[in-house]
Design a protein around this ligand. Structure first.
Ligand code: NAP
Length: 267
């Protein structure tokens, strides 16, 4: 018996085998979970299908998370195929490329709304529509980044969206907790994925994180996946409303010896 035996759920935001969504799904599948997958548009379908088929998925559906009808169709089909739901993973984010570089205050009203809609509101909408299907002790997880708590060059409006997402996690945890449903976020350190390529200077971010973090390296996809398993399974039965950092400790430091070297003095 695996940790996720007899548990069925859905993941939004698997793009390919190098994404965080896939890494979490794989850990859940290895422990016996039955997983439904969604993709955003036909071009992504061909990328998501091999991931979903590898995990013997019974349900693979189109869902643009900014479209309420798409979300309603997914809920309807999920209910038909699985009846009830034990976990939801939200690994979806998007902001216009021009809003992920340069001066933050240049963000347009439209760019702000797009980032917020795709990256934060969609988690709340999905939780709300799945509410009637959630089993007691179900687990909801969203993916976030330190840029939601602190400023990070170029992360800009996505940082604002992640702050809203993290606050939403706490409010959903409060709303759903009475039926033992838990809502948490994983704050992953930088990983080179499809979405990450859209962030200007991402390679520099990777190098800085590896140099300054207490563990002196970047986090692996496997490590983020295992944190997803922990938060989805009964191993974390007392944990809700939490932003769990999986970033080799980067969030915990203020300065490091490397900072002294950067400004040309030895620590
Ligand atoms: P990814 O593999 O590219 O995943 C992002 C997913 O969001 C893609 O599948 C993308 O689909 C989907 N998406 C975008 N707009 C959508 C929409 N309107 N409807 C439905 N899906 C949509 O990149 P990732 O880095 O693994 O990202 C997964 C999550 O982890 C995101 O929330 C991200 O912010 C978070 N995260 C990433 C890092 C990192 O360093 N990579 C660190 C911390 C947190 P399309 O490609 O079809 O648009």
């Amino acid at each position: 018996m695996g940790l996720m035996s007899n548990k069925k759920g859905i993941i939004f935001g698997v793009s390919n085998k190098r994404g965080i969504g896939y890494a979490i799904a794989k850990q859940l599948f290895n422990e016996g979970a039955d997983i439904a997958f969604t993709y955003a548009g036909e071009t992504m379908k061909s990328r998501v299908l091999p991931c979903a088929e590898e995990m013997n998925s019974k349900l693979i559906m189109n869902c643009d998370v900014t479209n309420d009808d798409d979300i309603a169709s997914v809920v309807h089909e999920f209910k038909r195929v699985y009846g009830t739901c034990d976990f939801i993973i939200h690994a979806v984010a998007f902001a216009n490329r021009e809003d992920l570089e340069g001066d933050f205050s240049n963000v347009s009203r439209d760019g702000w709304q797009t980032a917020m809609d795709v990256s934060a509101y969609s988690f709340v909408a999905i939780a709300n529509k799945f509410k009637p299907l959630l089993n007691p002790k179900a687990s909801l997880i969203a993916l976030t980044y330190l840029g939601g708590e602190r400023s990070v060059p170029n992360y800009n409006v996505m940082g604002v969206a992640k702050a809203a997402l993290e606050a939403s996690v706490r409010y959903l945890a409060l709303e759903f907790g009475h039926s033992e449903v838990r809502v948490n976020a994983i704050s992953a350190g930088p990983v080179k994925t499809l979405a990450a390529k859209g962030i200007s200077g991402f390679d520099i971010l990777l190098k800085v994180n590896a140099a300054r973090s207490p563990m002196k390296r970047n986090v692996t996809l496997d490590e983020v996946g295992k944190a997803g398993l922990y938060l989805c399974s009964d191993l974390s039965s007392g944990v809700t409303g939490e932003v769990h950092h999986v970033d080799c400790g980067y969030h915990s430091i203020a300065t490091s010896k490397e900072d002294a070297k950067i400004i040309g003095i030895s620590a």
